[in-house]
Design a protein around this ligand. Structure first.
Ligand SMILES: Nc1ncnc2c1ncn2[C@@H]1O[C@H](COP(=O)(O)OP(=O)(O)OP(=O)(O)O)[C@@H](O)[C@H]1O
Length: 912
């Protein structure tokens, strides 16, 4: 995914920026477009890779490195060198090469000598390398993705202010002007601009070729003038490229040092005392079953029978069809621990997913199934109607929210799951306490769950917490995927004890298990052989008898579970052994097929609709919390998560405000000479970067919230609306607060104008831009499950919006112009420009700024609007930007609904 992402990014960015800046002419506007194109090559495209690299390092590569380093397998130097070497060909060379080839020819850069192309490529290569080193440095500073991307983003904003494109370094306040010498983007842009403009002459020279004053008439069209106005020099080659290389090396060394001094920033999760103590005397039965929630579990046991189950998956890209389960027959009775065992890849998880109605096809894969599933004598025709009466404990515990304590996790789960049961607060607390006691979680009840960066409860405790969450709704059928995997035998036994108690009360337990200590406690065993075929289903005694009948000797001293799994696994260590073991497995499967009992369900009745299930099993049905109850619980939970995760909180505030501070540093305060027009335009262009900050804020928290929501949605406990609006309610106050500060910084500190209208418009546009960026994040993170890939796509989207906003790509074709009307960035640029460049903005010329005839190019702001064709209907644009922001959010909502419709197996093919 990593390589595919970066190559795709290079191709898409190359093609689209190539389209935006396609062969500009050599008029003044065309020259500015050419400068903007070179800016994207030296800076903007690197920014995308910077974000991706930072994200990938935090989420994946540094986690592996930290683990290996803790085990003493790798040194810091080894890690950095290995990383560079392993990515040299595909990422470090191929990506800039692809981007260079596409853009060089689409931008129409100089073709008088091939040397210029190779210098352009060498520059892109070194800038790319340098960008990756900055990503490494940011991730080394903090493994937390919100802080690392904050560092990377603010660093880029700082650098891009200094590169000379947005503001001529000579116009900068003296206290920051010197910073250009330490800004790698200044050298990068300078090198690439010098490569293009050294000796450059615009068409003006052809036009006035016969005029003896051609040199003075066309001076503004010469490379010398263009480079001078940007603050660079002709033939500026060796120095900038060496400096960028030195930056690259230096940043790698600095990142290594930071990695050494800051090994892994794992903080200890503190205890957070809850308001009431857990009463040791509370018994599970007392609270759960005698307080109106037990629903008479013993009354109706639900036995699950499956007959002739087949399952296959088609990969639409590879056009392959794989059989996962073949003719599986089994019964899972209430009151017993029913286990499914088999070698890895035998289809255990797929079977559980099928029974519980959670199989989910994707854009590239499609599941097809056949067979019959019965609950007692009711045949379930459609998967989705099974879901409300069963709970599912998935294999992995990473979905748990790290900033909640064990008790809070269960309390919130109880508020959602029991919102429709008329339990008092006290009863609910008792229930939670009793489950905590039951699952042996009392000692860690007030400890944060934690994750890899926040030390919290142990792996075994997380496993028990995941099970405890599902126990809250006292499910009639409890399905568990490897509840004991990765646990020590004592903890594993304690979980089995608990499940046994549950099954004794009538819950139907179906679980997969890998290596149980003994088979004695399991009432029913389903053995699945490789290829998804049944090798046996019955009790332990029957299993032994079955194997003895086939002539196998059951070893006395070997763990029986291990023995049976070995017997139905292929050994592929060499051909002869593989053939032998395959024959053995086939014979076991065949023997079972010939001797298995008839799985006949008497007087079966078909259940085709949810309402029928509701009628038959009404006391066991789980209902999602209504909108308001879900909204309140999720908002409260999200808020706690936010205030406890100071990194996310800091990032949410600092992304926007930090950008305002950097802009204030460079632009405060605007002069009123004609040259200040470019500074004002540059500053307005920078405002659109808020789109990126919205997206980064989203990336820091949304993927985690989303995963937890998917689990709860699949559990039928919460609705999409509750999740969607609770996220909105938490996010918006931060956006409003930071946009107000941003407005103050830009309007009053930088000094656009002391105008209340401009301040409100600036705040309004900033808020809507950040909000739209966040919506974009929701949309892509919903459509794409892989956050790294989502980040790549969002970054491309944001970059294109930034280029088209109005002040970078100045000459758009009609299609792009039409597209621009859907971008909030276009409206932001236009609204702010129209409020800044008014008749009240009086401009003067210094002597050197006067035209040939002694007049001034601009005397008021209005002249600027006219010259750049920026005049728009302000009121209409103020309405349209709000409409576009709402539309962004509505689309993200739609994606969420569509995604859930796909996850929700109501859309699945019925059992044939
Ligand atoms: N969407 C899919 N696309 C391709 N193959 C799939 C898909 N889903 C399942 N499979 C394949 O089906 C087989 C069974 O997978 P499953 O996860 O059910 O096995 P398992 O017995 O639970 O394995 P493990 O014990 O390792 O968890 C595997 O070979 C897996 O690769």
């Amino acid at each position: 995914m990593g390589y595919a992402s970066v190559i795709l990014e290079a191709v898409i960015m190359g093609l689209i920026t190539g389209w935006l800046f396609f062969k500009p002419d050599t008029s003044l506007v065309g020259i500015r477009s050419r400068e903007a194109a070179l800016y994207t090559s030296s800076s903007l495209q690197c920014y995308l890779f910077l974000l991706f690299e930072t994200y990938r390092l935090c989420q994946l590569d540094l986690k592996v490195y930290d683990r290996e380093r803790a085990e003493g397998c790798i040194s810091i130097t080894g890690f950095i060198m290995a990383r560079r070497i392993s990515k040299l060909i595909i990422e470090d060379v191929a990506v800039p090469l692809i981007f260079s080839i596409i853009t060089y020819f689409m931008y129409g850069l100089r073709t008088d000598s091939a040397v210029y192309f190779w210098k352009y490529f060498a520059a892109c290569f070194i800038f790319h390398l340098n960008t990756l080193s900055v990503g490494l440095f940011a991730a080394a500073l903090s493994r937390d993705v919100s802080i690392a991307t904050l560092v990377a983003n603010l660093n880029f904003t700082f650098q891009s202010m200094l590169n000379g494109f947005f503001i001529n370094t000579k116009q900068m306040p003296v206290y920051v002007r010197w910073c250009k010498y330490i800004a790698y983007l200044w050298y990068s842009f300078g090198f690439i601009a010098s490569n293009e403009f050294t000796g450059f002459k615009g068409d003006c020279f052809k036009q006035y070729a016969d005029d003896p004053n051609v040199d003075s008439i066309c001076y503004a069209y010469t490379g010398k003038y263009i480079l001078h106005s940007l603050g660079f020099w002709e033939n500026w080659n060796a120095l900038p490229i060496c400096v960028v290389l030195a930056f690259c090396l230096g940043t790698h060394v600095a990142a290594g040092l930071v990695l050494k001094l800051n090994p892994v920033d794992v903080t200890m999760g503190k205890e957070i005392k809850s308001k009431h103590e857990i009463d040791n005397k509370i018994q599970y039965e007392d609270s759960l079953y005698n307080q109106g929630h037990g629903k008479g579990m013993e009354e109706h046991a639900v036995n699950v029978t499956i007959k002739n189950i087949g399952l296959s998956v088609v990969n639409k890209i590879k056009k392959s069809n794989k059989e996962i389960l073949i003719n599986v027959d089994a019964t899972f009775e209430a009151g017993k621990l029913n286990i499914i065992m088999g070698p890895s890849g035998s289809g255990k998880t797929s079977l559980l997913n099928l029974i519980s109605g959670r199989l989910s096809s994707t854009l590239t894969t499609k599941y097809t199934s056949s067979g019959h599933i019965y609950l007692n004598n009711f045949e379930i025709e459609d998967y989705h109607i099974v879901r409300p009466i069963c709970s599912y404990v998935i294999q992995d515990d990473d979905h748990l929210l790290p900033t909640l304590t064990v008790k809070e996790t269960l309390s919130f789960a109880a508020k959602l799951r029991l919102s429709k049961d008329k339990l008092s607060k006290k009863q609910r607390e008792n229930l939670v306490d009793s489950i905590i006691l039951q699952m042996g979680l009392k000692e860690c009840a007030d400890t944060l769950v934690g994750n890899e960066l926040l030390k919290g409860i142990s792996g075994g405790e997380k496993r028990r917490l995941s099970i405890a969450i599902q126990l809250i709704s006292s499910p009639k059928i409890l399905i568990l995927d490897e509840p004991t995997s990765g646990l020590d035998s004592f903890t594993a036994d304690s979980i089995i004890d608990c499940l046994e108690r549950l099954s004794n009360r009538g819950t139907t337990i179906i679980m997969t298990i890998h290596q149980p200590r003994s088979l004695d406690r399991f009432g029913s065993i389903l053995l699945l052989a490789k290829g998804g075929k049944v090798a046996f289903n019955g009790t332990k005694q029957q299993l032994i008898q079955n194997f003895q009948e086939m002539g196998f000797t059951i070893p006395v001293l070997t763990n029986l579970a291990d023995y049976f799994i070995d017997m139905i696994s292929y050994n592929t260590s060499n051909n002869a052994i593989e053939v032998e073991t395959r024959q053995r497995v086939d014979s076991i499967v065949e023997h079972w097929a010939n001797t298995k009992p008839e799985y006949h369900v008497e007087d079966s009745i078909q259940l085709t609709k949810k309402d029928q299930l509701r009628k038959e099993f009404h006391s066991y049905i789980k209902e999602p919390a209504n909108f308001l109850a879900g909204f309140i619980v999720l908002t409260h939970r999200h808020w706690i998560g936010l205030v406890r995760d100071l990194n996310i909180l800091a990032a949410r505030c600092a992304q926007v405000i930090g950008m305002g501070v950097i802009l204030a540093l460079f632009f405060a305060r605007f002069k009123h000479n004609v040259t200040s027009v470019q500074d004002r335009l540059g500053c307005i262009q920078q405002i659109v970067s808020l789109y990126f900050t919205g997206m980064l804020n989203n990336m820091a928290s949304y993927p985690r919230e989303r995963d937890y929501f998917y689990d709860e949605y699949n559990d039928d406990v919460v609705s999409i609306n509750s999740f969607f609006f609770s996220y909105l309610v938490i996010e918006v106050p931060f956006e409003i607060f930071t946009s107000v500060v941003f407005g103050v910084l830009l309007v009053f500190v930088i000094g656009f104008q002391y105008d209340a209208g401009l301040f409100f418009a600036m705040t309004y546009c900033s808020f809507l831009t950040v909000n739209a960026g966040e919506s974009l994040g929701i949309s892509f993170n919903t459509v794409l499950d892989h956050p790294g890939f989502a980040l790549t796509m969002i970054s491309i989207f944001c970059s294109i919006g930034t280029c088209m906003a109005g002040l970078l790509a100045m000459t758009l074709d009609n299609f792009l112009k039409a597209m621009n009307y859907t971008s909030p960035l276009h409206y932001t640029v236009m609204i702010v420009s129209n409020l800044v460049f008014t008749n009240d903005l009086k401009l003067y010329c210094t002597n050197s700024e006067r035209l040939e005839n002694g007049s001034c190019l601009f005397t008021t702001g209005k002249d600027v609007l006219d010259a750049y064709n920026l005049k728009v209907n302000l009121k209409l644009y103020l309405c349209l930007i709000a409409l576009i922001a709402v539309l962004h959010r509505a689309i993200s909502y739609l994606f969420l609904v569509l995604k859930q419709a796909k996850i929700n197996p109501t859309k699945f093919k019925k059992l044939a």
